[in-house]
Design a protein around this ligand. Structure first.
Ligand code: SF4
Length: 237
């Protein structure tokens, strides 16, 4: 793809999001006084003094070659723990690994993952700035929804990740993640557009990138949610 084609595709994506034109205002060229990446810690150590980086290594080691729930025997290739900045102000939580994630061991790397990367870049961050994890660490067979006993067994690891990273804002991607974190059955169309509280962070539910691939008209809703995320991050600077 030529540079011009790449720029055209990039601008088309932002137009689909509902972004009206571009600005040369220097305010929008700056990320703010406190960079979110580059290894600079933006969160203090966890309450027990554990550094987030060490703590996450410890949690991953404790998970080991996990056989705690039945998903370990249903075709997973590997555990998909989480990725990103251990000191991130912003964390994304999805449902469970899909086939690409299961193969690569990294969350959100397939087509939906590429869309998530664009969504992150739309609010002037990169994947290295944020932390990304799923409620469930192993791929359910046939991409079925995780079952209650699997969630009950695996979710405590996510809770530990959140308590170590201590993000200011969490984006719950899709119905399953939003319902699991908020302990509700309310449709995501009613949960989104509202700032919720979760484990000391602001929680923003929004549509899953895989759903956006099927329903691109919802990109504008996600863009509205991401503008709220950007505002919450800016207000916390
Ligand atoms: S889904 Fe979670 S609890 Fe179940 S086997 Fe995988 S890591 Fe262990």
């Amino acid at each position: 793809m030529s540079n011009n084609d790449a720029i055209r595709e990039h601008l088309k994506y932002f137009r689909d999001l509902g972004v009206q034109g571009v600005t040369t205002d220097p305010v929008w060229r700056e990320r703010g006084p406190r960079p979110l990446s580059g290894g600079e810690a933006s969160s203090p150590p966890a309450a027990d003094g554990t550094d987030a980086t060490d703590g996450l290594v410890q949690v991953r080691a404790r998970i080991g070659d996990c056989t705690r729930c039945k998903l370990h025997a249903l075709g997973r290739q590997q555990i998909v723990f989480g990725v990103g900045n251990p000191h991130a102000d912003l964390m994304f939580v999805g449902e469970a690994p899909g086939s690409d994630e299961d193969r690569q061991g990294v969350p959100f790397v397939g087509r939906a993952g590429q869309l998530l990367t664009k969504i992150i870049e739309a609010i002037k961050l990169s994947r290295d700035d944020v932390y990304i994890a799923n409620v469930i660490k192993c791929r359910p067979p046939g991409n079925r929804n995780p079952e209650p006993d699997e969630v009950e067994t695996c979710e405590p690891f996510l809770a530990e990740q959140i308590d170590l990273v201590r993000p200011r804002v969490i984006v719950a991607l899709g119905t399953f993640a939003a319902h699991t974190l908020l302990r509700t059955e309310t449709p995501i169309s009613r949960l989104r557009g509202v700032v919720h509280e979760y484990r000391g962070a602001k929680l923003i539910p929004t549509f899953h990138p895989a759903y956006l691939l099927r329903s691109p008209t919802r990109k504008r809703d996600v863009w509205e949610d991401m503008k709220t995320v950007r505002a919450l991050l800016d207000a916390a600077q």
